[in-house]
Design a protein around this ligand. Sequence first.
Ligand SMILES: *Cc1c(COP(=O)(O)O)cnc(C)c1O
Length: 494
Amino acid sequence: MTDRSSAPHRGDSPIGDVPAAEFRAAAHAAVDWIADYLENPAAHPVRSRVRPGDVRSALPASPPTHGEPLDAMLRDFHATILPGITHWNHPGFFAYFANSGSYPGILGELLTAGLNVNGMLWITSPAVTELEELTLDWLRQLLGLAEGWTGQITDTASVSTFYALAAARERAGLDVRTQGLAGRTDMPRLRVYCSEHAHSSIDKAVMALGLGHENCVKVAVDEQFRMRPDALEAALAADVAAGYRPIAVVPCVGTTSITSIDPVPAVVRIARQYNCWVHVDAAYGGVAAIVPELRYLLDGVDGADSMVVNPHKWLFTPMDCSVLFTRDPATLRQAFALLPEYLVTRTPDATTNLMDYGIQLGRRFRALKLWMIMRAYGAEGLAERIRHHCELARDFAGMVHFEGGWEITAPVTLSLVCFRHVPAGADEATIATVNAAIMERVNARGHVYLSHTKLDGRYTLRLAIGNIRTDREHVELAWRELRDAAAVVGNAAS
Ligand SMILES: *Cc1c(COP(=O)(O)O)cnc(C)c1O
């Protein structure tokens, strides 16, 4: 900790910034540290070991009166912040979906911070708008989507989905934009459909759009956890008969628990009959379509209205970067565009003002990092890395499958494996306890980090591969640690 009783630092000067020389030295040190860190993130325990309150209580409760040197902050970063970090960059990070920063992405973030521009209007930084449009058109091409899709970058899939459903509500033609929902006698119940395994961001968008959570309809799935078209059709027909108004269907390409793939072509066909907007949630799985032999994942998407994919999940882009693609930007614009006098500019009409397509006015320059990643790896490099993760997942699934006392609990469609230990004769409750104990034991060791889910009430472990630094050795290590933990947990139980 710094000695705050010492003489005031020159950062305490009432005018101007910290001296450039001091920034230069600290920034060089930080970049060197980042490179060292990423050469060997496994030097740290993947899951943080701090207890609640440790980080906060180690730091002063009030801000310093006098400015402190940047060095002092870097020291606290190492001593206090770092132990409180769970390392998403760690090659043994298999919990949730990966989110690994890559060197070109980090470089882009650094330059973005340096420029610190706000791309709310085209004129407030033409390159922000134009590079975003260009980069997302590159991404569209990589994903094999038809021309006619346009994209915008948001912070998260949750926000992308919220925007898409706002557009769906707008397209329903009920003039919610002007009249709102409340107090209207002419307003039917508006319904949104997704599978039982859809992400909670759909529920939240429905709630935040004022549609009411009970109007987020969960459609039944088949034995491979995919939305059942017949169940969707039945739900839509029943709702229309009840006087409700279906406005959107949200199929998922790569569900969060198990990466199941909803049948988008069938969903699109049915949704069209009911004039529903189709929003495809491909937050995690979508980028796999960059791999030519996995392009089928997005079959049918060209008939949808919008799709979200998250480069910050499986495209090695530092948090945050989500992409909302739509084939109907005019409706999205109609939902959000509003032009107060102080934002009127005299730029040509052909230019896009990104503020017109969502809630936020101010906009970070997020396209830079994504553009740099695409350039650094190229289409083939990106495909090769994603393909490799899928291969590692299949290898891991093979090891589990051929080991007595273990089972695979969902089809391995991408780079996620759902599996569990099944001790002989154990009932469901015992299996849940045993697997939770195995997971906790493995996670506490600090080399790998896994998460769990429940499938039809059955406790299941998840190993999600997607970190740019993960290779075979890390997956093999995970498997060794799991079997060792199972042996210990088994001995303790008997
Ligand atoms: C991760 C995920 C989300 C939410 O992503 P955020 O960017 O964190 O909001 C939504 N849908 C699916 C399928 C996901 O995997």
